[in-house]
Every structure is written in C-alpha cells, then in structure tokens.
Design a protein around this ligand. Structure first.
Ligand code: ADP
Ligand code: ADP
Length: 235
C-alpha cells in the first residue's frame, strides 16, 4: 500500500439514473514523497480524481485512503494550486501566502500572536520560489508566472504532506512554464511532499514526474501507466 491509495473507486455526480459517472474502476497507489502526473483529455475525470483524493467529494463506491486513514471528508494535509492563481487582489503577496494559516487558526488572537512567526515562514517560501523582495506587492503588480509562484507558496504554507496541482502552469507561456518547472522541482526536492500533478502537457508530465498516468473518459479510469526514468537528476 502507498501513501495515497485509490481502490476500485467509482464516483457519480448526481442520481443513479441521470448522473454522470465521472470515475469507474479507478485504481491508483502513490508512494510517500513520489511525484506523479495525471494526463488525459478534458472531461476524463482528472479534477474529479483530485476531489476524491482530497476528500472534497465523496466517492460512490470503493475506497480512498491517505497516510493509512480512510478519507471521509476534506483533508487538512493537502495543499492545492490551480490553473488560475486565485490570489485575493486586495491582499499583498505575503498576506496571500499566509491566508491558509489565517483561516485555519480557530481564534483571530492566536493568528495575531503567531503572525511574525508565520511571516518568516511565508518569506522563506517566497525566497524558495524566487520571489524574495516581493512581499508587499499586490497580485496585479505581478506577472502571471509570479502569481503562480505565490499560489504555490500559499499551497505550501501549512507544510502539506500532499500537494495537488491542477494544471498549475496551463495559462503561462512556454518560457515561463519551463521556468516554473524548475521552481516546482526545487520545491519538491526541498520539501519532498507527495505530488499529484494534473496537466494537459505531456512534456511537462514526463519532465517532472516519476510516473505518468493516462486517463480515458466515459467513464474516467486509468488506461496507461508509465515509469519515467532519467527524467531529471536524482539523489
Ligand atoms: P477542467 O479545467 O479540469 O477541465 P472543467 O472546466 O471541466 O475543469 O470544470 C471546472 C469546474 O466545474 C470543476 O470543478 C468541475 O467539477 C465543475 N463542473 C464540470 N462539469 C460540470 C457539470 N456538468 N456540472 C457541474 N459542475 C461541473
Ligand atoms: P477533467 O478534470 O479531466 O476535465 P472533470 O473531473 O472536471 O474532468 O469531469 C469529469 C466528468 O464529470 C465530466 O463529464 C464533467 O462534466 C463531470 N462533472 C465534473 N464535475 C461535476 C459536477 N460537479 N457535477 C456534475 N458533473 C460533473
């Protein structure tokens, strides 16, 4: 068994008769610290798989477990980033990165007490992704690639064991995208989270991941699995 185990999962949106069967016969096992990529055509169930893994959507049948625990609701150990950086425009870079810490502290006073510690943590992450000195900038003052770097920091701020990235670089031009591959590799090698990357870009998948899974639709399932060797330097 792995760190993430998807065991014969089916997931249907809506009712038995009329709903969409988004996943069926889905099996997947991801080792701790592994970096996998999931590719497949639009609508094949990639986002649905992420929702099932993170406990954001209940599966219809089969089992999902993470770190040996059955997933039955939203997991707190997951960090997520999406195609759109979805930063809050009225908040600075630093305050965007700290947002998950802010909203998960039960009391405002606790957050305020720990704020300088959190700030140091956020600054260290910004440095890791090459955004040192951008703390006080607002999202609209940053390029698309920079916004994605911030979004990556926000996903990492609570040190998630599991990092889920849903087409994080799809909106970026080719050059910026490849720059961000380097950033993501650096993040993965430094923090070593288990990474699930959903992408349309096969080159990106092969460049970054240990394993690439290809999904097919109607209903969504894995049709091909491939180990990537020598894709990048290893320790
Ligand atoms: P992707 O970029 O992964 O292809 P989509 O554009 O298909 O995503 O979907 C974006 C969001 O809309 C997802 O969160 C998905 O769950 C939701 N969604 C997709 N299709 C439907 C639908 N038929 N009914 C309701 N929500 C949907
Ligand atoms: P992908 O991420 O690969 O583009 P999705 O997981 O978003 O695919 O969608 C898989 C299938 O489930 C699609 O047919 C989509 O329309 C459907 N779907 C996704 N989200 C919802 C939802 N919230 N309600 C109903 N159908 C949905």
């Amino acid at each position: 068994t792995g760190f993430v185990d998807i065991d014969n999962v089916a997931l249907r949106y809506g009712g038995e008769a009329t709903g969409t069967l988004a996943l069926s016969g889905m099996n997947l096992s991801v080792g701790k610290g592994e970096f996998i990529a999931v590719v497949g055509p639009s609508g094949c169930g990639k986002s649905t798989l992420m929702k099932a893994m993170s406990g954001l959507w209940p599966v219809t049948s089969g089992g999902v477990s993470v770190a040996g625990q059955t997933v039955s609701g939203p997991l707190s150990m997951v960090g997520m980033a999406f195609q759109a950086a979805t930063l809050l425009p009225w908040r600075t870079t630093l305050d965007n990165v700290m947002l998950p810490l802010e909203i998960t502290q039960p009391y405002r006073s606790e957050f305020m007490q720990k704020k300088s510690q959190f700030r140091d943590k956020a600054r260290a992450l910004l440095k890791l992704v090459g955004l040192e000195g951008f703390d006080e900038k607002y999202p609209w003052q940053l390029s698309g690639g920079m916004q994605q770097r911030v979004s990556l920091c926000r996903a990492l701020i609570h040190e998630p064991a599991l990092l889920m990235l849903d087409e994080p670089f799809a909106a970026l031009d080719m050059f910026t995208r490849e720059e961000l591959w380097g950033v993501l590799q650096e993040v993965w090698m430094t923090k070593n989270p288990t990474v699930i990357l959903v992408t349309h870009d096969l080159r990106e998948a092969v460049y970054l991941a240990d394993k690439v899974y290809v999904m097919s639709s109607r209903p969504g399932r894995i049709i091909h699995e491939r180990d990537i060797e020598f894709a990048r330097p290893r320790d």
